[in-house]
Design a protein around this ligand. Sequence first.
Ligand code: NAI
Length: 417
Amino acid sequence: MNQKYDIRDIKLAPYGHTKIEWVRNNMPLLKGFEEEFLRTKPFDGVKISLSIHLEAKTAYLCKVLAAGGAKMSVTGSNNLSTQDDICAALVEDGISVFAYHGATEEEYNRHIEMCLEHKPNIIIDDGGDLVGIVHGPRPDLAEEVWGGCEETTTGIIRLRAMERDGVLKFPMLAVNDADCKHLFDNRYGTGQSVWDSIMHNTNLIVAGKCVVVIGYGWCSRGIAMRAAALGARVIVTEIDPIKAMEAKMDGYDVMPMAKAAPLGDMFITATGCKHTITVEHMLNMKDRAILANAGHFNVEIDMAGLEEVAVSKKETRENITGYTLPNGRMVNVIGEGKLANIAAGNGHPAEVMDLSFAVQTLSALYILEHKGSLPAAVLDVSEEIDDVIARRRLEAWGIEIDSLTPDQEAYLKSWQL
Ligand code: NAI
């Protein structure tokens, strides 16, 4: 492969560098790894392909791995979440980047393939796009892969399906399932950044509104918690009876989506499932209801069905499309039904991504250190990695905690009274 990048405009690089510098100063764990890696070069000569929403935090992860000697090749994991100034800054730093904002589906798929053409040893994926290509049309690009890491819930669901069908070719660490990832990124990160996006894009008040949150998993409970804190009345819909009970005891109304549809002013779905908001639901909504998706793929809101029934559509505000329905009412969809907080926002706060990307960094090191000895399966991130990251994060905050005395440790391990 001769081409080292496919980006929109290298002149944007200075803006990208400024954004990366800002996050660098707010990501103490990654900053610590960067300093360490510049000395120790643990990834010297290792080829890594990375696909995560391509904005400043991801760019910094990329730079940290490159500081450790890795040869990085990068693409985005959603055509709308890629930021062109960030791509330009990475290219200026000598990193191979294949992505630009607003790429067509064809261009987006081409970029994923180009990102893999340096034949990576390690794949860092978000939603399973890279892994999907090497298990589908381009198995030749997986010839040198030792293993990889998956960032999000939806990607892990895909990987487990591949493992179940006996087709997964190499070990994949389930980064999302590490405590230092989903307990913080999915809950507090999504909880804050989804509201950041909705408030910025709509410029409407949340207090006093009826907010319907679809799902009560890690992401959606964060979204519900922050909606309540902003003064909304929150309704939760679920399919899992335990999660529905949790939502009830956390103080929210719980009901089926068909009943919630006419009540909500704003609807946010974060389930990883398809068509949680159907055209039938939309036809029963109030005029000018706001719809946002926070799940990984743009399948949660039935956008194809909406496009089909809508009488007309127009941009009602930047990043918002208003669809007029046959009944004369309108629904307003944020960011084309793609992840509202990333495709139409700045993504998670830097401090939260610091935790997630610390898990990614140590997981990539784990793959390197255990190459050839791990099974081709979906593997848990080790408890030691979670422990190291949590302790380093507390240290960065200046927080100390207690430890067990030998007597307490013996007591907790014993079954005798
Ligand atoms: P989770 O597995 O913790 O929760 C999903 C919840 O949705 C479960 O409680 C499940 O019972 C419920 N659910 C499934 N189908 C449903 C349906 N038809 N109606 C109502 N509820 C339903 O998953 P998590 O970690 O909350 O992730 C959800 C999605 O968000 C995934 O696609 C994930 O990849 C994505 N994600 C997005 C982020 C963002 O920045 N927007 C960050 C992290 C994850």
